[in-house]
Design a protein around this ligand. Structure first.
Ligand code: PBG
Ligand code: ZN
Length: 326
């Protein structure tokens, strides 16, 4: 019998050799840690559905960012949980809204030592919990654009480094870009949640952000899980409107979308490993059914392998700790 010319095992048998040919790296420089900030007396409150994740007061947030920084995680993604909600989500564009206040404090304390990305959406701020404003029982796309653009401006004026629209209204990237440019913020990038699916994996997050819709669901603005080509259209559209970074969300169930984006979209790519992904792994590991560290590393690596440059993950602190130690 003739030996095969090529024997993959020849390359796998030595650890150094395996390292030399490793195709994908996982390192801290690509991680973003999501944080929830709320106006409250306690420094932090645990989120029952998300073990080890908290809502923070501004003081608590500053301490947490100290830790994030010491782990060499370069960036945080901020979500605001306002005290008051109303029909139009005023807290989102108020200069004294929770995120704007938090960003100013972060800037004051840390300067440019941490990159601050602000999530841009109305669902945490509206009394009905939808990502846009409601007219006649339905989300009014174009009225929402004005409010989103104002909110982006408020965030950037407070010192946000990157705005990340997650609302999925049509035309929001253009509306945000236009207003930011008019006001002299041409240098501030937009990271667009371009392919955001109507997923069941967001429910723990909605506890954290207190943003569960009071009626209906988000299917009229978020994407249908069966559709792949539609994601490509959404991403291309956002690129045309001026998005600098394109995001796919969720991550693990949508790795095909990420891989497609890597091939077709010539922009940096972000993937959001969402609350439901976190909870699945966290819970299975806490039951002893899965090896926590191994699974977190493997799943995060798979997101990188599929094509993500940036990974937004609730595992960021654990990952950073392990990666620091090698
Ligand atoms: C809101 C928003 C959501 C998430 C990020 N921004 C939830 C939603 O669309 O209901 C989900 C993040 C997560 O599940 O971790 N626009
Ligand atoms: Zn929203």
């Amino acid at each position: 019998m003739r030996f095969p010319e090529y024997r993959p095992r020849r390359l796998r048998r030595n650890e150094k050799l395996r390292g030399l040919i490793q195709e994908t790296e996982l390192s801290r420089q690509h991680l973003v840690y999501p944080l929830f900030v709320k106006e409250m007396a306690e420094e932090r409150i645990p989120i029952p559905s998300m073990k080890d994740v908290y809502q923070f007061s501004i003081d608590g947030l500053l301490k947490e960012i100290e830790q994030v920084k010491s782990l060499s995680i370069p960036a945080v993604l901020l979500f605001g949980v306002p005290e008051h909600k109303d029909e139009v989500g005023s807290g989102a564009f108020d200069d004294n809204g929770i995120v704007q206040k938090a960003v100013r404090e972060i800037r004051k304390r840390f300067g440019a030592e941490i990159l601050v990305i602000t999530d841009l959406c109305l669902c945490e701020y509206t009394s009905h919990g939808h990502c846009g404003i409601i007219k006649n029982g339905d989300v009014d796309n174009d009225e929402t654009l004005k409010i989103l653009a104002r909110s982006a401006l408020a965030q950037v004026e407070a010192g946000s480094d990157v705005v990340a629209p997650s609302d999925m209204m049509d035309g929001r990237v253009r509306a945000v870009r236009q207003l930011l440019d008019e006001r002299g913020f041409q240098h501030v990038p937009i990271m667009s949640y371009a392919a955001k699916y109507a997923s069941g994996l967001y429910s723990p997050f909605r506890d954290a952000a207190e943003s569960t819709p009071q009626f209906g669901d988000r299917r009229s603005y978020q994407m249908d899980p069966p559709n792949q080509r539609e994601a490509l259209r959404e991403m291309q559209l956002d690129v045309e409107e001026g998005a600098d970074i394109i995001m796919v969300k969720p991550a693990l169930f949508y790795l095909d979308i990420l891989a497609l984006a890597r091939r077709e979209i010539n922009r940096p790519l972000a993937a959001y490993s969402v609350s439901g992904e976190y909870v699945m792994i966290k819970t299975a590991a806490s039951m002893g059914y899965l090896d926590y560290q191994r699974i977190v590393l493997e799943s995060t690596l798979s997101i990188r392998r599929a094509g993500a440059d940036i990974i937004i993950t609730y595992f960021a602190k654990d990952l950073a700790g392990w990666l620091q130690r090698g």
